[in-house]
Structures are given as structure tokens and as C-alpha cells.
Design a protein around this ligand. Sequence first.
Ligand code: SAM
Length: 240
Amino acid sequence: MFSIQPIGYIQSCYQEKFGIPRQPNLVSEAKARINLLETFSLESVRGLQEFSHIWVIFRFHLTAEQGWHPTVRPPRLGGNQRVGVFATRSTFRPNALGLSVVSLSGIVECNGQVSLELRGADLLNGTPIIDIKPYIPYVDALPHAQAGYAQQAPLSQVKVRFALQASVQCQQKSTQWGVNMELLIRQILQQDPRPAYRTTQQDHREYGMRLYDFDLHWRYDADGIEVLDLSEGSLPHTKH
Ligand code: SAM
């Protein structure tokens, strides 16, 4: 037995599990930062700024207590075919550890706290970070590797359009949060966050997810997705 302590926590736009992209770098406009604990000074990241990408090892803290099963139904197989848990990137796994390669856009220090600025992370706000390592292309990039059922990037590129009200709200939220909010939402929804079994059915229901400090609402129709509004406050998201 051994115990592991976090080295820091992530601050990200994703305030709930639903809607987070299923892998990193699918939503490049998603900015996040890893705030290191005070034990870790600038010395601990000296030289890391020379790397464009880092590996982030983290704990799926939200679901860690829910346990795991030996087989899993990955969304990439339509959610109805089982494979072994170790043949998936499922969040439900024995030690609840996640691994993501993300873009490192900067390293800052403020009042003794070191933060790493990231893009493209697939982590929930508040996720405990276990370790960070530089991404080294000559060992980590293997373009000819076989990847079973996940050889290609997901095809889903649902068309996303914005109701007038949502466009106006996006402009305000872009200024507030320093991101291109319309682009961020478009990139998230193009991944189609619905459970796999719903994507093959006619679906006219409304969906919601919590991003930053607002609730995002959208619905599906024959043309794709219409973003309805961005509303203040946290609404219960029971519709998915
Ligand atoms: N890239 C990582 C990996 O391969 O280990 C994560 C892949 S996992 C399929 C990505 C999903 O993890 C996201 O879509 C989100 O739903 C979920 N997730 C992200 N942070 C989490 C956390 N702290 N606790 C539980 N689930 C989380």
C-alpha cells in the first residue's frame, strides 16, 4: 500500500462531468490552469517552458468512489459493445487515474503560487493533479501505432448555430472570461456530448451543462444543434 498526495488542482471551465470532451485537444479554445501547491516553487518547473505540451496525470475524483467493472461500453463503439476496462480510457477504473496530453501555453507565479496555463484539457474544475511530465515527441508520438476501435478521431461534427439571444450573451461572457465563448461552445457541442445511444434516435429534448458561472442550454433538431441561451445560476441538469 502507498498513498499519493496531489501536487495541485486544475481550474477549468467545466463545472460538471456532462459535456466535457471525451479526450484532450478536441476543444482547443478551452483554457485551464494547474495551480500547484505552495510546496512546488518555480524551481520545480524550471525548463518546462521549453515544452509545448505536457502529460497530466490526475485523479477522476468525482467518480472515484463509484468503483469499476472489468468491462466497459466505450462511446466510440456506440455504447453497446463491451471491452475490458484496460482497453478503454474509462473514468471508472481501479485506481481512478487519468492521463491527458495538453498544450502548455505559459507558466506564471503569483504571490508564491505557480500556475501552468493550459489549452485543450478534458478535466473537470477542481480535479486533483497527481503528476506532470513533459511530452517528448520522439518517444511519445507513434504515428503508426494500432489503436483498435479508436484508430481515427471521432467523426461527429454536429452543426451548431446560435439563437440571437445566445450570441449576445456569448459576447458578454467572452469579455468576462477572456475566451471566444462562441467558439468554445461550438467546439464543445460539435463533439456531441449526448450518450451514444441517443445520437442514433430522433431527439428534440433540451440539454444543459454548466460552464464557468453559467448554464448553457441547447436542443437538437433536423439541422443539428441550436444554442438557446446562457443563463445565470445553477439549474438541475436532469434532462440527459
Ligand atoms: N484523457 C483522459 C484519459 O484518457 O485518462 C481522460 C479520458 S476520460 C474518458 C474523459 C472524461 O473524464 C471527460 O469527458 C469527463 O467526463 C471525465 N472527467 C474529467 N475530469 C473528471 C474528474 N475529475 N472526475 C471524474 N470524471 C472526470
